[in-house]
Design a protein around this ligand. Structure first.
Ligand SMILES: Nc1ncnc2c1ncn2[C@@H]1O[C@H](COP(=O)(O)OP(=O)(O)OP(=O)(O)O)[C@@H](O)[C@H]1O
Length: 665
């Protein structure tokens, strides 16, 4: 868009000056990168330090990469704040300075950049004028100015509108140039604070979570470099879709994974009713009891021989030691402590006899055969799989561990209909993975990260939330989701409960304005809300999008696809899972790819099984046979809501069977 259309009263030489500033900034970034590349890790003293330093230098070089298509700065603040910071700052994706350390671009996460997102005529925050830049490819082609000091109103930003309306191709992009004030509040909330965001489809929850990760890494670089930040998403296809956002923001060292990736890729098929019981937080108590039930009451004492002497610890003393340790530590350290306490008693006996053994003797006794034998008999070494195997295959043991926490019916559901031969050959389900993780933590403490971003959190079971919670036990979390999009048998009904199981004392906040789905489409999808989440308000869209919805009875898939192909942008052909192959074959001759749970494939036309559509978006969405999507699973209506809210420009619904009554109305 030419500059004069945006700011008619500003001469084009202003644009030329900004373009020159961009060229200077790019040259300076190149020089910064060359400098980083010239640094050598050889200065480090030893080999290990050299490796660490080299890896840090490599990261620095990667972070300083200039992506020619990505604007280096997108905004400018003219300030009159009366502080000692520069009067004019350009706000961009990363800090760039010239050879004299003069800032040419200030990182969007720096405190001074906050005004770019938050300043308004009512509260100018020391800013006289805010300038937004428009780009085509990597070229700066336009700008628009918002005077903030003169009071009055500022109109809607055309650059924001352009950004929101641009066709979607390829993976998700960052929104750093257009973060909205309510989103910015969440992005910049402090590291110690856990934030939980409820938001309708397309309100920017995922975007906000990723930007918060980038913000926290910038603000607490050293601390988080040590403790780590992790993004947890629903599946690999989703992770692949969001994978370029953080690197584009200069953050190349954030782990992005799924719950399965974190807890173990177990996927044995399971009745949803069984998964529901396994996902319930009551299982935590059952598992703890099951583990500690493995401790056997000591019936014999310890006899330790040294030379001609025998030292005895009586059975009742062993029982006392075990009782004093049981339940006060985790299981594995408890075992180690038992060996040490027994050895200590032996040393006391030795001293009573007139010996003067030192600490090394205590360690030797703790590692001796009689002590090991006693510890193994009383406090056996266990792995989580052994405990869960016993629990799921032995009805009496399960009853002992469950007490009244699980009903007899629930216990019956938990038992394997056909038990496995041993724990090593057992096939575990996704729900089992969270149980194994709970047991692993009861045995040995799970290390905590500094910050965890959990997307689509409404879909996690209480036990999965506990598993994630222990991974941010000493840190904080950003929890993102939409109660209306819960599609698992254990989907959450309240964010307070989610936070409780996560073990975080967080604030629940809401994003209400949709950036993705046109109003007409969102209103259509919202007809399902009274049935799936009656307490949620209807979502609002920033985008009018008239003419974006088409519902066709008996419509041809191939014809709808050809229509979409004639337009610009990506196409998602979302089908009931069971129809994926059939629909793909019916596209005979039309080039396309089929999205799989692990696929990272990109294609303009994707056939998307309904169960994988969560979190994704396409310019044109064609939904095939809504009734079958609803029928396919217990929370099928919520699945349909997810599917109908993936469209950026048009939604075409094709059906041969009657539509679900909520949509037909
Ligand atoms: N401030 C913004 N400026 C420009 N685009 C935005 C902004 N906020 C969100 N978007 C865009 O809106 C779309 C939806 O964002 P996002 O996927 O983060 O939403 P979501 O709330 O996670 O949706 P869902 O619940 O459907 O997963 C994305 O294309 C995102 O880039």
């Amino acid at each position: 868009m030419p500059a004069h259309q945006l700011a008619p009263d500003i001469p084009t030489d202003v644009l030329a000056a900004e373009q020159a500033h961009l060229a200077e900034a790019r040259a300076a970034l190149k020089a910064m990168r060359a400098h980083a590349q010239s640094l050598s890790a050889d200065a480090a003293g030893d080999w290990v330090s050299q490796q660490i330093l080299q890896s840090l230098l490599d990261q620095r070089v990667a972070a300083l990469a200039d992506h020619p298509d990505t604007p280096l700065f997108f905004g400018r603040l003219d300030r009159e704040a009366g502080d000692d910071l520069p009067g004019v700052i350009h706000v961009g994706r990363r800090h760039v300075h010239d050879g004299n350390s003069r800032p040419l671009v200030v990182d969007w996460r720096a405190p001074v950049s906050r005004a770019f997102y938050q300043a308004s005529p009512a509260d100018p925050m020391g800013v006289v004028r805010r300038r937004r830049f428009g780009y085509h490819g990597g070229a700066l082609t336009a700008f628009e100015d918002e005077p903030l000091a003169e009071g009055g109103q500022i109109g809607p930003s055309r650059i924001l509108t352009e950004e929101i309306e641009r066709p979607r191709t390829g993976p998700m992009r960052d929104i750093v140039a257009t973060i909205q004030p309510d989103q910015d509040e969440i992005v910049r909330s402090t590291l110690g604070q856990t934030v939980c965001v409820q938001g309708a489809p397309g309100t920017g929850k995922t975007a906000v979570g990723l930007h918060r990760a980038a913000y926290l890494l910038f603000t607490h670089r050293e601390r988080l470099a040590r403790s780590g930040v992790m993004i947890v998403g629903p599946n690999r296809a989703f992770l692949s879709y969001i994978s370029s956002v953080l690197p584009a923001l200069g953050e190349v060292k954030v782990d992005q994974t799924t719950v399965a990736g974190l807890l173990g890729e177990h996927a044995a098929a399971e009745d949803p009713a069984v998964s529901t019981v396994k996902g319930d937080a009551r299982m935590a108590k059952v598992l703890a009891r099951a583990l500690w039930l493995h401790i056997v009451k000591p019936e014999e004492g310890l006899v330790y021989s040294r030379g001609a002497h025998r030292f005895r610890v009586a059975d009742h003393e062993v029982r006392e030691i075990v009782a004093s340790l049981r339940g006060t530590t985790r299981y594995a350290p408890g075992r180690a402590a038992l060996a040490q306490r027994l050895a200590h008693q032996v040393l006391v006996r030795m001293e009573q006899r007139g010996d003067s053994p030192d600490d090394r003797v205590q360690d030797a006794v703790a590692r001796s055969k009689p002590v090991k034998q006693l510890v193994d008999a009383v406090w056996p070494k266990l792995v989580p799989e052994q405990v869960l195997f016993r629990l799921l295959s032995d009805a009496d043991f399960l009853a002992l561990a469950a007490r009244t926490d699980l009903t007899p019916d629930e216990q019956r559901l938990l038992l394997w209909p056909k038990p496995y031969r041993g724990w090593k050959s057992a096939k575990w389900s996704a729900a089992d993975a969270a149980l194994l993780d709970e047991l692993a933590d009861l045995i040995e403490r799970t290390p905590s990260l500094g910050h965890l971003v959990v997307d689509e959190a409404q879909d996690l079971s209480e036990m999965q939330l506990r598993a994630l919670g222990r991974r941010c036990r000493n840190g904080s979390a950003t929890v993102l989701g939409d109660l209306a999009q819960g599609t698992t048998p254990w989907s959450a009904r309240s964010w307070r409960t989610v936070l409780e199981h996560l073990g975080q004392d967080g604030e629940v906040t809401e994003l209400t304005l949709g950036f993705r789905v046109p109003r007409e489409v969102l209103d259509y999808a919202a007809r399902l809300l009274p049935s799936i989440a009656p307490d949620l308000a209807a979502p609002r869209s920033l985008r009018p999008g008239a003419g974006s919805l088409s519902v066709r009875q008996g419509g041809e898939v191939a014809a709808a696809v050809r229509e979409a192909l004639a337009r610009e942008g990506s196409i998602g052909l979302i089908v009931p899972d069971a129809m994926t192959g059939e629909v793909s074959r019916s596209l005979d001759g039309i080039a396309h790819a089929v999205l799989g749970p692990d696929s990272t494939e990109e294609h303009r036309l994707l056939v998307v099984p309904a169960s994988l559509a969560k979190g994704l978006e396409y310019d044109h969405v064609i939904v095939v046979e809504p009734a079958d999507i609803v029928e396919a699973e217990p929370r099928g209506l919520a699945r349909l809501y997810v599917v109908l809210t993936r469209a950026v420009t048009t939604l075409t619904v094709l059906h041969a069977k009657p539509l679900p009554p909520q949509l037909a109305s």
